[in-house]
Design a protein around this ligand. Structure first.
Ligand SMILES: [Cu+2]
Length: 515
């Protein structure tokens, strides 16, 4: 069911098509598919009362999959407003391909991602503000392949591009043959609008295939893509003002794959592999599952050297965790976000219900994992060190309101696209200390193009260093030390806080890798 030219699987759309038709005719039982409706249906919505889908407890639906064919993944992504019924509310928000999340893209190392991106949003009505860290022009966009080791220049993973309403653009991102394999994602990265667009659900998973090929316990496990978001909206079900996203207590509820508390089914003893992506625009999630342990085998698309075991797994915005879960006795268990203090309370609540039922399966967790793909960075490799300070200013009394009075900084400066903040020689291997002097909030450090190996957190050396592309840095003087190899690609790319309210208000800086 794959059209040759686009590589788009139509199966999901055909399934979804039934649901769309059913909705328009008012037939019952079409609810779970509404997150994947294609395009707008304003006339129907205006004239005919629409079937209201169940708010929760519908079977989990995974995003439509688009696969690479003959070495390339060629596809279209159309950005437009779309209606979306979710968790008992009707939203009218910006979207990829009419849904949230957007389609899951699946490709392999050495292949090229070719996207024709059409920006069908209406023209911007606001002028450029004096201060570009005042969120603005929400209908401009671009494309970022989060976690990719690829060129940041030209029409590749270049977040300096401006894709304006009414225009179409080509994107071409070639992955090297030795690219790490795992769970990645995409989202807009246009300064001024990225936060609003991601909060609207403009996010999607990218799977770089082929990890754990020699681990039968993982190969045989049923895989699920779980794109976790915070669903936020104003009184009209829209996001047209920054006030909808900030104060940071604005979160309404959590969702997976655009569904509020969907149902995940498992059989007793079954092991499943969940590709979990925290695609929330702002907050951490402390993930737990009643009476079950979570067993990460990869973080941020990079395989671990051994299986980990947790009751709770903290995921900052932007982070991924590939987690094995083994179902226990028959019953219903909640997968949820538990309370966590990130400077303000992280959102809590159900993510999904896991229903364990049916014939038991005898499956096992892997006893060991193959050697991780990236070599640990030795002391002798280090060619330079630097320290970056994340800080912020807040109004004196009420830290929850008045976002215009906050300022977010890296090394005391707000983002300026015309300034180069850090210059690094191609091939350098550096040790960076990220320091968070902000009194209120943790921050989520993310850098493009090259992953890094975390060796120290809050002054304490890790027993096992951890490769990441996004890491949380605690407030009130918290710190993270990592090492990174600046390999293969010259050009200008970004580092920033992945709590997108902070990024949008200035907590981003440029890095230039030169030859
Ligand atoms: Cu931040």
């Amino acid at each position: 069911m794959t059209s040759k030219k686009t590589g788009i699987s139509r199966r999901r759309f055909l399934d979804g098509g039934v649901a769309i038709g059913a909705l328009m005719l008012g037939v019952r039982g079409a609810s779970a598919q509404t997150a994947h409706n294609h395009g707008n249906m304003p006339s129907t919505l205006g004239l005919v009362p629409r079937q209201v889908p169940a708010a929760m407890d519908q079977p989990l639906v995974e995003p439509e999959v688009r696969r690479s064919v003959n070495g390339e993944l060629r596809t279209n992504l159309r950005i437009s407003y779309a209606y979306r019924d979710i968790g008992g509310v009707r939203l009218y928000v910006r979207s990829y391909e009419g849904g949230s999340p957007g389609p899951t893209l699946r490709m392999k190392p050495g292949e090229t991602l070719r996207i024709r991106m059409t920006n069908d949003l209406p023209p911007n009505r606001d002028l450029m503000p004096m201060d570009i860290s005042n969120p603005h022009q929400f209908n401009n966009t671009n494309f970022h392949f989060h976690g990719s080791h690829a060129s940041p220049s030209g029409i590749a993973d270049n977040v300096m591009r401006s894709m304006v309403p009414g225009q179409a653009y080509d994107i071409e991102i070639k992955l090297p043959k030795d690219h790490t394999r795992g769970t990645y994602w995409y989202h807009p990265h246009h300064h001024g609008s990225a936060d609003v667009q991601m909060a609207s659900g403009m996010v999607g998973a990218i799977i770089v295939e082929g990890d754990f090929e020699d681990v039968p316990e993982i190969v045989n496990a049923r895989e699920r893509v779980l794109v976790m978001t915070q669903v936020v909206y104003d009184s009209k079900g829209m996001i047209e003002n920054f006030e909808t996203l900030f104060p940071e207590t604005a979160t309404r509820f959590l969702a997976i794959n655009g569904q509020r508390r969907p149902v995940i089914t498992m059989r007793p003893g079954e092991v499943q592999r969940w590709r979990m992506l925290n695609a929330a625009y702002q907050d951490d999630m402390l993930v737990e599952m009643e009476k079950h342990e979570l067993h990460p085998v990869a973080y941020d698309g990079i395989q671990l050297g051994s299986v980990e075991h947790f009751k709770q797994l903290l995921m900052g915005p932007g982070q991924r965790a590939d987690v094995l879960v083994q179902a226990g006795a028959p019953g219903t268990y909640e997968l949820r976000a538990a309370p966590y203090d990130q400077g303000h309370p992280s959102p809590t609540g159900p993510l999904a219900r896991v229903v364990v039922a049916g014939e038991p399966m005898s499956m096992k967790l892997p006893a060991s994992l193959p050697k991780p793909p990236l070599k640990t960075i030795k002391d002798s490799e280090i060619t330079g060190k630097r320290t970056l300070t994340f800080s912020a200013t807040a109004p004196e009394a009420d830290a929850a309101g008045h976002w215009q009075e906050f300022g977010f900084f890296i090394n005391g400066k707000k983002f300026d696209p015309n300034r180069i903040d850090e210059r690094v020689k191609l091939g350098a291997v550096e040790e960076w200390t990220i320091l968070n002097t902000h009194e209120h909030d943790d921050h989520a450090f993310h850098i493009h193009t090259n992953p890094f190996e975390v060796i120290k957190v809050n002054g304490k050396k890790l027993d096992t260093p951890q490769w990441r592309d996004t890491v949380l840095v605690a407030s009130k003087g918290g710190s993270v030390v990592f090492r990174s190899r600046f390999l293969d690609y010259t050009g200008i790319f970004m580092m920033h806080c992945h709590m997108m309210n902070h990024e949008e208000m200035g907590m981003m800086a440029t890095v230039e890798v030169y030859k």
